[in-house]
Design a protein around this ligand. Structure first.
Ligand code: ATP
Length: 356
């Protein structure tokens, strides 16, 4: 998993000086807060951004900032970051803004397996991975002319739901589609949206064990608040609203904590387990946090519409633990769990198994 270049770099690191670094955005406060709780140093990369708001949250303020004007400049920070014994925690915005190619070649140790990017960044490879793991996904409709039920049309890349739209037939599709962007069409699954936040540890041995080694944790669950679809119903029927020029949009604005019916937990673990096992077969395995974004139908079927293979912003409500992570260790956030895994990696002399 780890490249020879990164392996050489991490071998030179002084474990007592390790610094958790990430881009100031997304889930950075949780990541810095978690690093501090575990006694690790932290560093925020601020790209043309006001960072004063961190002063309002002293426990989540990184020990140090590095400021640059442009995302392209992050590449030039590699030596500086390595000199600080930095381990990058790539969150969704980090990879999206820096660009998957640039991030892939960035010579700074990064938490997790970067190989996963090739599988995650494209919806068709994601689908291949998940369905071959036996996971149910919303049906894909390849030709828009075949739309015979409500569908959701999505554009490529993690855009926080921006641009996605609902169409009920080909006419509606044609009216809304932007042909200049790559898109996919999925059946619209009606149900409740739950986003499961897992953590796979190849290093720990106590817990929900996987056949191939390591343990799987489920640290929390959230649902995204999406504007304007979540509030649209208050104004009348969608047809009525369309005539007035209001169209449903899916722009993420926040996150709400969720607990799921306990009887569904075996299924939730089965899905996480299968996702990790298949990832080992396909590309050497994913490591650390990942999320399955799902819809639970009234038949209690869980359909996965997307996977995120790093820390998701939906973990942010759980800076001081969740109803699930508190049953592993009190006050455990995903950010803190990452810091623990880094520490454990150094302690066991197995850090190259959790960075790439
Ligand atoms: P992300 O930032 O997670 O990459 P995105 O722009 O790729 O977001 P999705 O997460 O795939 O878009 O979808 C955006 C929203 O649309 C979801 O949060 C969910 O509310 C809704 N959604 C997605 N797929 C479906 C589906 N098949 N049926 C019903 N609703 C869906």
């Amino acid at each position: 998993m780890v490249s020879n270049r990164v392996k050489k770099i991490i071998e030179e690191y002084d474990p007592s000086k390790v610094t958790i670094a990430t881009l100031c955005s997304h889930s950075s406060m949780q990541i810095f807060h978690g690093a501090r709780k575990e006694g690790l140093r932290s560093l925020g990369i601020a790209v043309d951004r006001d960072t004063k708001f961190y002063d309002a949250f002293p426990l989540a303020r990184p020990d140090e900032f590095i400021r640059v004007k442009d995302y392209a400049e992050i590449e030039d920070l590699a030596d500086e970051l390595v000199s600080r014994n930095a381990i990058i925690v790539p969150h969704g915005s980090f990879v999206e803004y820096m660009g998957a190619d640039r991030f892939g070649n960035f010579d700074v140790p990064s938490f997790g397996n970067r190989e996963v990017l090739k599988w995650e960044s494209d919806r068709s490879t994601q689908r291949r991975w998940l369905t071959s793991a036996g996971i149910k996904m919303p049906q894909e409709i390849r030709d828009a002319k075949d739309i015979d039920r409500p569908v959701l049309v999505k554009y490529s890349g993690a855009k926080g739901g921006r641009g996605a739209f609902i169409a009920k037939d080909y006419m509606e599709f044609k009216m809304a589609i932007d042909y200049t962007q790559q898109h996919t069409i999925q059946e619209y699954v009606l149900g409740t949206r739950y986003y499961f936040h897992y953590f796979y540890s190849p290093l720990r041995t106590n817990g929900f064990k996987l056949r191939s080694g390591g343990i799987l944790e489920m640290l929390s669950i959230d649902r995204r608040d999406e504007s304007n679809i979540d509030e649209l119903y208050k104004l009348g029927s969608t047809e009525e609203l369309k005539r007035l020029g209001f169209f449903p949009t899916f722009v993420v604005t926040g996150n709400v904590p969720i607990v799921i019916r306990e009887s569904l937990l075996p299924k939730v673990f089965e899905m996480g387990d299968a996702t990790v096992e298949k990832s080992k077969e396909l590309f050497g395995g994913l490591v650390g946090p990942f999320a399955l974004e799902t819809i639970v139908t009234d038949q209690l079927d869980i359909k996965v519409f997307e996977i995120s293979t790093r820390i998701v912003a939906g973990t942010n409500p759980f800076v001081n633990g969740s109803p699930y992570s508190d049953m592993i260790e009190s006050g455990l956030s995903t950010g803190r769990r990452i810091a623990q895994e880094v520490k454990l990696g150094f302690q066991l002399g197995r850090i190259e198994e959790v960075v790439s």
